[in-house]
Design a protein. Structure first.
Length: 258
């Protein structure tokens, strides 16, 4: 069986190698620079560079004769970023989690300006279940499972500022309103890999949330399952945690997380 290298196009390989020369430190190059770096004769490079320029992947400044990456990269990068959009990537996995748990499912991100959770998607099992919510709704960080997970994305300075300035409202008898107690809860979330909200935001509502990570290994969102306490038991806890983690892992992988 022939190896993959047998089918490589030498011209295309040279073109891709040329484009790999450009990075954050090297924004533009003369043809002599490219020739020296790749040890290729300039006469061989001209047809390749001209073709790349024709298709917009390379641009040549008429003043200094230097080449740089073209704007076609921006057009293509938008397609990649659209594919990596967390809400779009999450769709099939939210539906799968809804099917497996038959409970309301939420996808939330951090509103950095107001330090709140924004619901960017939800899948409803039944209008009567647990939490009354809608896409775009904002809820507190400190008393929701999604919020506790998203607080892990804050650096120490921002987290301390939040703890010092946030007005902790007691929504239920179970709401955590002491910053020291909340810090203990966050450390537990970091250790366990999931967060819980045991009637802290709404009476009878129990939530389990898990972080979603990007290709940069940063928490960019969180996914949760909301359960009415009458359907919740110690035996079902591990099931909800496991299924929510599975869904979050799949979403993270679709975002490039390794």
């Amino acid at each position: 069986m022939k190896s993959k290298t047998t089918y490589l196009s030498k011209s295309l390989k040279k073109a891709l190698t040329i484009m790999d020369l450009f990075n954050e430190r090297v924004e533009s190059l003369r043809i002599t620079d490219i020739s020296k770096s790749l040890k290729i004769n300039p006469s061989t490079l001209y047809p390749i560079l001209s073709t790349l320029e024709e298709f917009g992947y390379i641009e040549r400044d008429e003043n200094d004769k230097k080449y740089s990456l073209g704007f076609e990269y921006l057009n293509k990068s938008e397609l990649v970023l659209r594919r990596l959009d967390v809400r779009e990537c999450a769709q099939p996995h939210l539906k799968e989690l809804l099917y497996k748990c038959n409970e309301n499912v939420h996808l939330g991100i951090l509103d950095k300006n107001q330090n709140k959770v924004i619901y960017v998607d939800r899948k409803e099992a039944s209008p009567s279940l647990a939490i009354h919510s809608f896409i775009g709704k904002k809820v507190p960080l400190y008393c929701t499972a999604l919020g506790k997970v998203l607080m892990l994305s804050m650096d120490d300075i921002r987290l301390n500022r939040y703890l010092e300035t946030e007005k902790f409202i007691k929504f239920t008898d179970h709401t955590i309103v002491k910053p020291s107690k909340l810090l203990e809860e966050i450390e537990k979330v970091k250790k366990d890999g999931f967060a819980t909200d045991n009637e802290e935001f709404q009476n009878d509502g129990i939530c389990i949330a898990v972080p979603i990570k990007s290709y940069q290994k940063k928490i960019v969102a969180a996914i949760s399952v909301s359960i009415h306490k009458n359907r919740f038991s110690s035996k079902s806890t591990s099931f909800y945690i496991e299924e929510t983690k599975k869904a979050a892992d799949k979403i993270s992988k679709s975002l490039g997380f390794q």
